[in-house]
Design a protein around this ligand. Structure first.
Ligand SMILES: *Cc1c(COP(=O)(O)O)cnc(C)c1O
Length: 418
């Protein structure tokens, strides 16, 4: 695609954008009375305008029905989570019975580890990426200790090579091969939160299985952002949060994927009544009998208010279609890359760490006065994200960002060096 660094070109791209109407579906924060340029949808997606209406529906039904809302509300609370399974399956490349919205991300991972991290004999190790998101690091460290292992020995972290920013797939594969006798689990972030690197989940899953390990992914930065095909990739399990690209509100309900092949297995799990067979749930009898789908991993009844926003947000994805969203994302982030490369030809202080991949986010290393540059961006109404020591992460989100946003960001960025 031939890009141009002009306002005219950006506006022309916006006019031709088949998803342009979706920007109007979100509430964009203001800076000095004008819309900000919001490039932090990878941290917290913007509020869909329908969110308030969806919550109001549940407040109204609560007022009207009290406890009977479970079976009388317009959207039955009893089965509320079922309403979002379809769109989640679409976004994750799963069968509907393989996904469930529940709990939150880190808690889901701990619960999934009960089933999928089953160290036995020599096979106790977990392989992950170096510098995983801190919550994932704590997850792994505490899980290993819980089972009585020393993380220094039982955790294998694969790093980028010296002087590189991203992890080579071949290095992950050779680490799997090297530890294949001792590997219980491969657990990796599908898109690295720091570099934006998209992992080759299909290849990693195959290699993990060949080594006799199970394979899971943290999809916090992947779902709603890149194309996922979890079922066909044969991934064992995955989990995500809904407040980043899924625009479902701060701390909103998380989600999990469990491959069908495990639904009727004898895997251990921590149980709760919402995972119990629906027909006998209210008999309140002894003896846990799990629903033979991902729902069987649920513990508690659905947090309806956060689910309501989730439902509102997923409806936007359904309408826009994930393939069209990704198509626009490639162009939008491609344009951002083009603009930054152009600035760099003049200033030579920027370096894009993110490899040429399909995700929205670019992580830009600023080799001089990074913090000052970042402050200038903020003062001009650009919301980006700062990561020590010198990285600015920017994520133009196809549902609500425009090519004009990217152009204007470039203008401000160039000026912030001079
Ligand atoms: C955002 C993020 C989290 C956050 O976890 P919560 O349990 O939702 O607070 C965890 N892991 C990764 C990789 C993330 O990007």
């Amino acid at each position: 695609m031939q890009f141009e660094n002009t306002l005219n070109f950006a506006k022309q791209m916006d006019r031709k954008d088949p998803l342009k109407k979706f920007r109007g579906r979100f509430i964009i924060p203001k800076h000095k009375g004008k819309n900000v340029i919001y490039f932090t949808g990878n941290s917290l997606g913007l509020q869909p305008k329908t969110a308030a209406k969806y919550i109001q529906q549940e407040l109204t039904d609560w007022a009207k029905f009290g406890v009977e809302g479970h079976f009388k509300a317009k959207n039955l609370w009893y089965s509320y989570h079922e309403l979002v399974a379809g769109p989640l399956a679409e976004l994750s490349g799963a069968k509907k019975e393989e996904v469930v919205a529940m709990n939150q991300l880190t808690s889901n991972l701990h619960f999934l580890f009960v089933s999928f991290y089953r160290p036995e004999g020599k096979r106790i190790k977990i392989l992950c990426e170096a510098h995983a998101f801190p919550s994932d690091q704590y997850l792994l460290e505490s899980q290993l200790k819980f089972h009585g292992f020393d993380p220094a020995e039982a955790l294998i972290e694969v790093s980028p090579r010296r002087g590189e920013y991203t992890i080579r797939t071949e290095d992950i594969l050779s680490a799997i091969e090297k530890h294949k006798e001792e590997l219980a689990l491969v657990f990796i972030g599908g898109v690295n939160y720091y570099s934006g690197q998209v992992m080759d989940m299909k290849t990693i899953t195959e290699a993990g299985h060949q080594a006799g390990a199970l394979v899971g992914f943290d999809l916090a930065h992947a779902i709603g952002n890149i194309c996922l095909d979890l079922h066909n990739w044969n991934v064992d399990f995955a989990a995500w949060c809904s407040y980043k690209y899924l625009n479902s509100g701060p701390g909103s309900v998380g989600g999990a994927f469990i491959h069908t092949k495990h639904h009727r297995s004898e895997l251990q799990r921590f149980a709760g009544w919402w995972g119990h067979d629906k027909n006998s749930r209210f008999k309140m009898e002894k003896g846990f009998s799990p629903i033979p789908t991902a729902e069987g991993w649920q513990l508690s009844n659905a947090p309806v208010f956060s689910m309501a926003i989730h439902k509102a947000a997923l409806a936007v994805f359904e309408e826009a279609g994930i393939s069209r969203i990704i198509e626009k994302s490639n162009k939008l982030t491609g344009y951002l890359r083009f603009i930054i490369d152009g600035i760099n030809n003049k200033s030579n202080v920027l370096e894009i760490l993110t490899p040429e991949t399909a995700g929205s986010q670019l992580s830009i290393s600023v080799h001089r006065q990074g913090k000052e540059v970042f402050r200038k961006l903020i003062s001009k109404g650009i919301m980006a994200d700062w990561r020590e020591p010198n990285v600015i992460r920017v994520a133009p989100v196809p549902l609500y960002n425009s090519f004009e946003d990217v152009f204007r960001f470039g203008e401000v960025l160039l000026k912030s060096f001079t």
